[in-house]
Design a binder for this molecule. Structure first.
Ligand SMILES: Cc1cc2nc3c(=O)[nH]c(=O)nc-3n(C[C@H](O)[C@H](O)[C@H](O)COP(=O)(O)OP(=O)(O)OC[C@H]3O[C@@H](n4cnc5c(N)ncnc54)[C@H](O)[C@@H]3O)c2cc1C
Length: 389
């Protein structure tokens, strides 16, 4: 039993472990389907994990059809979020412009665009000349080609999580912050209870949406989930008016470098290819120097920008950069997961929360989850997601 404000909670139909955007979306969608005896436990504050540190990018441009479909459903939710959730999320639909500098990436972009267009994504292939007209501030001599989808964009992940949480609470979900799950009791292959630092909640359903800590929560149910935490850093310039006020999210694919507007400033980020897995979230000034160099290469005017602040958060990465989503994971009845989003979990949270809620309430979903099964890691030659930033 745990005490939340004046209420004692002994049991619940569902216990959600993790109060990021995935946990709050799942809580909301469960309650919307009428499953209201739901408890969400978050060991810190809501959105204090990866969600609150995310760059907020939202895109339809994936290589796998399944990811495109998840993003298409999610995008429809972002487009009507302010109205449906009565929460402003600063959603900007300025598009994503991907740049290829290597012939092999360009060949892959062309194959990806064929799949995306067949799936209904309004994406186009662009020559360097067309990109020059669209974004004259870019250095393009080393660019082979690009892709652009105008429906892509970005929003504020913290506000999205708060919007889900607000409506989930309104529908009866109990959200317990500063409550850490310590163990999951499993007996005869079935979930029986979630043990927290405030006491035990008897439940047949435990949902692992613990982001970079997913493997630890998996171990509580006796499972090894291949999800590793990797530090990712972003930096924000001082107000900078030498670039247009409206620019797309620009992705230089080979170095995994990106930038977009953040109000009057510019937000930049890059993947450190040398970074080993760890829970390190220290901000690294040496890495900022490398990122600033990359920024000045791709948009030379950014050489004049001064960096004001930055932060580090964690990606939760699987071996094929695809999430693990499903029910009865590892044959533990009642153990559900939506983990390992490898840098695209924010943008997929609306649809994934809906899919998990369908699975929990009815045991089935209209969505083909085969690319996201845990069992795929036993096979050789994983297909995986290729458009990873
Ligand atoms: C720098 C950066 C940039 C990113 N950019 C993008 C982007 O542009 N677009 C995009 O889609 N994604 C992006 N991501 C990834 C995105 O942030 C994540 O995929 C998404 O936020 C995952 O949400 P989540 O709810 O699964 O995890 P989290 O937000 O990490 O939430 C998990 C929660 O579980 C809690 N928890 C863990 N263990 C326990 C326990 N034992 N008991 C109770 N609570 C527990 C944690 O405190 C945490 O709050 C970025 C990430 C980073 C770090």
């Amino acid at each position: 039993m745990i005490k939340v404000e004046e209420e004692m909670i002994e049991k619940a139909d569902v216990v959600i472990i993790g109060g990021g955007v995935m946990g709050t979306s799942t809580a909301y969608h469960l309650a919307k389907l009428g499953c209201k005896d739901v408890v969400l436990v978050e060991r810190d504050q809501l959105a204090s994990g990866s969600t609150g540190l995310s760059a907020g990018g939202i895109r339809l441009q994936f290589s796998l059809k399944a990811n495109i479909r998840i993003s298409m459903e999610s995008l429809r939710t972002f487009e009507r979020f302010a109205e449906e959730f009565e929460t402003q999320i600063d959603f900007r639909q300025h598009g994503y412009l991907f740049l290829a500098t290597r012939p092999k990436d360009w060949a892959e972009f062309q194959a990806n665009v064929a799949v995306q267009q067949r799936t209904g994504v309004p994406v186009r292939l662009l020559s360097p000349e067309v990109i020059r007209d669209m974004a004259p501030y870019l250095y393009l001599d080393d660019v082979v080609g690009g892709t652009f989808c105008p429906r892509d964009g970005y929003a504020d992940p913290y506000s999205v999580a708060m919007g889900f949480a607000k409506q989930a609470r309104r529908l009866g979900v109990r959200i317990c912050e500063e409550t850490e799950a310590l163990d999951i009791k499993v007996s005869e292959g079935k979930v029986k209870a979630v043990v927290t630092d405030k006491g035990e909640i008897v439940t047949p359903v435990a949902v692992n949406v613990a982001g970079p800590w997913a493997a630890q929560v998996g171990r509580m149910a006796g499972l090894e989930l291949p999800v590793l935490p990797y530090r990712r850093q972003v930096f924000v310039t001082a107000p900078f008016d030498e670039l247009p006020r409206q620019i797309p999210m620009i992705i230089d694919f080979a170095p995994s470098f990106y930038f977009r507007r953040e109000g009057a400033s510019i937000l930049v980020g890059m993947t450190d290819q040398e970074e080993p897995p760890s829970f390190n979230t220290n901000f690294d000034l040496e890495f900022l120097v490398k990122v600033a160099e990359k920024a000045a290469h791709r948009a030379p005017i950014l050489d004049r920008a001064g960096f004001m602040r930055g932060w580090a958060g964690l990606y939760a990465v699987t071996p094929d950069d695809n999430a693990i989503i499903g029910q009865d994971i590892g044959d533990v009845e009642g153990f559900y997961c939506a983990v390992g989003f490898s840098g695209h979990g924010f943008m997929q949270s609306p649809a994934v929360g809906r899919i998990l809620a369908d699975l929990i309430t009815s045991g089935e979903t209209d969505f083909d989850l085969s690319p996201f099964r845990l069992e795929r890691f036993k096979a050789e030659g994983l297909m995986g997601e290729r458009r990873v930033v």
